[in-house]
Design a protein around this ligand. Structure first.
Ligand code: VG1
Ligand code: CO
Length: 543
């Protein structure tokens, strides 16, 4: 088979964001776009000659074509082996697990996560390190640098590899192993949780609904929940991965998982509901008439971790991204374990997990995970909740009420303003940054500012510094407002406003978050001029 060298030119905008490179699918389909970026990855990671990689993704439109291109380019560069999920499918946590368990040199995940797919949707490519986690900024920086000077790429001329049949074939001298995407992951879950207890839970009549949102977790959830744990058929809905996610938006939040939310707030609500996103690393947890915010969810997991076999000896430490509420910190204080605050994005948890400083991590954006892999893990979080409910034998609503009584409640919400003109968004952040210094001691819409700063992170393991990670304003009564620009959007800019307020009065623990936060919301608008500058009357998405 021939290896050819193709002339190309650097393409602008190939800078990986919060989680890999995400663009409109049509951009990825433009001539040389994908090939240039893959070439940049190979250069950025110091070549792939003799290396073993993992390849898979959430099955979105163009994944099949992209997988074939990546295989031919891996072969052209002399990779020893590529382990591919059948039909190029692998959830993000399953890919992370395979990268680790097979001791590979890393992997490529094809996904734009919770963003819609299809020819008019989004596509994405992410490189993960040998530890199974998203490449840190030191590596993504090299990849971006390489993308700015690429003038040729090498690719093998060959027929498509059959990715539908399990087993080993080859492409030139590169071995291609097609593996069952679910098997190893399901095995790992059975080692973490008490599957006997979970089987007994379902056998006892416990009912749940898992919404796979037409995305990658369908086969995983069916195998684990229905086949291994005996949940009745039909527990998993929207369980067949489709290239355009059934024309849906595979983001597990109350807005995009409305079907599940309606069920859980209706007369026929089962005991428990959950959903996951496009690539299977996010989770939504909802009980009967009870939506659990992700920030609370990770706090509940930490507080109850010793009920789960893998964490029975306690947690080494916990970590949350900066915008995530401080509910987790309250639990860490009681557990007397380390608590770390990192910038947004899972790549910042990797060092803490590798160093054994943290065993549980979470983000407000429906991401929760532990040291079992190096990505957030949607189905793992769902099983964790089930394991806790099986042990504590109470409803989600009662569990939350009990948690807040014990630890206090951090009312929390995120308001997103999407597809805002990029110049307006940048100016808003720049202006606010400019006045942060003047805020302490002033009162904004009734909220007295205690301190304000721009978050920067010094990694305690490797000493690297990540600057400009979000603007924070803290109020004297334990409230907090955070502003940052999204690093995963593909249209204009997305402004995220994170709102938080502490409550320990037992009489005030059951309020609607938007009401409880109304003062903080007003202060956020007043201090930034957001509605006036953007001309928006309210956020596009509230989570
Ligand atoms: C968003 C979330 C962040 C998450 C990232 C990737 O990033 O806020 O918490 O880690 O998406 O999640 P941003 O930069 O748009 O705020 V996933 O499930 O899309 O890989
Ligand atoms: Co995701």
């Amino acid at each position: 088979m021939d290896i050819i060298t193709v002339e190309t030119q650097p393409i602008e905008g190939q800078k990986p964001g919060t989680s890999g490179l995400r663009k409109k699918t049509r951009t990825f389909m433009e001539p040389h776009f994908l090939e240039n970026f893959v070439q940049a990855i190979w250069i950025g990671i110091g070549g792939v000659q003799g290396k073993t990689l993992v390849l898979g993704g959430d099955g979105r439109y163009f994944s099949d074509r992209a997988a074939q291109v990546i295989l031919r380019m891996a072969a052209a560069f002399g990779a020893a082996k590529v382990i591919v999920g059948q039909n190029a499918l692998l959830s993000t946590p399953a890919a992370s697990h395979l990268i680790r368990s097979r001791k590979t040199d890393g992997g490529i995940i094809l996904s734009a996560s919770h963003n819609p797919g299809g020819p008019d949707g989004d596509f994405g490519v992410k490189f993960n390190n040998p530890n199974g986690g998203p490449a840190p900024e030191s590596v993504t920086g090299k990849i971006f640098e390489a993308s700015q000077s690429v003038t040729t790429y090498r690719i093998m001329e060959a027929h498509d590899v059959d990715l539908s049949t399990l087993g080993t074939t080859s492409l030139g001298r590169t071995e291609i192993e097609v593996v069952d995407p679910v098997e190893d992951y399901a095995q790992l879950m059975s080692e973490i949780f008490d599957f006997d207890k979970l089987r007994a839970l379902f056998a006892g009549g416990f009912r749940m609904r898992f919404d796979a949102m037409h995305a990658v977790t369908g086969p995983y959830a069916k195998t684990i929940l229905e086949d291994h744990l005996g949940a009745p058929a039909g527990t998993v809905i929207n369980g067949t991965p489709s290239p355009d996610f059934g024309k849906g938006h595979p983001d597990p939040n109350p807005i995009w998982a409305k079907e599940l939310m309606d069920l859980m707030h209706g007369p026929d609500a089962p005991d428990f509901g959950a959903a996951s996103d496009g690539d299977g690393d996010r989770n939504m947890i909802v009980g009967r008439n009870t939506y659990v915010t992700p920030s609370d969810s990770v706090a509940v997991l930490a507080a109850n971790a010793t009920l789960v076999p893998r964490y029975a000896d306690g947690l080494k430490g916990v970590a949350r991204s900066m915008p995530t509420s401080r509910a987790l910190d309250r639990v860490a204080l009681r557990l007397d374990c380390g608590a770390y605050e990192t910038p947004t994005g899972w790549k910042f948890f990797g060092n803490l997990l590798d160093a054994g400083m943290a065993s549980l991590c979470g983000e407000e954006s429906a991401g929760t995970g532990s040291d079992h892999v190096r990505e957030k893990d949607g189905l793992w979080a769902v099983l964790f909740w089930l394991n806790i409910l099986a042990e504590r034998q109470m409803s989600v609503a009662d569990l939350m009420a009990d948690h807040w009584r014990t630890y206090g409640r951090n009312y929390y919400s995120r308001h997103d303003y999407e597809a805002v003109d990029a110049d307006i968004a940048t100016a808003l952040i720049d202006d606010l940054r400019g006045k942060l210094e003047t805020l302490p001691g002033t009162t904004i819409a009734g909220q007295e500012v205690e301190w304000a700063d721009e978050f920067a992170y010094d990694d305690p393991v490797d000493g690297s510094r990540a600057a400009q990670q979000g603007l924070r304003i803290a109020t004297t009564d334990g409230g907090r407002i955070v502003f940052r620009l999204s690093g995963t959007g593909t249209e204009g800019a997305t402004i995220r406003v994170y709102l938080e307020k502490e409550e320990t009065d037992p009489e005030k623990l059951g309020l609607d978050p938007q009401e409880a936060l109304s003062d903080v919301i007003a202060a956020a608008d007043a201090v930034s001029g957001l509605s006036q500058r953007t001309g928006r009357s309210g956020p596009d998405v509230i989570t």
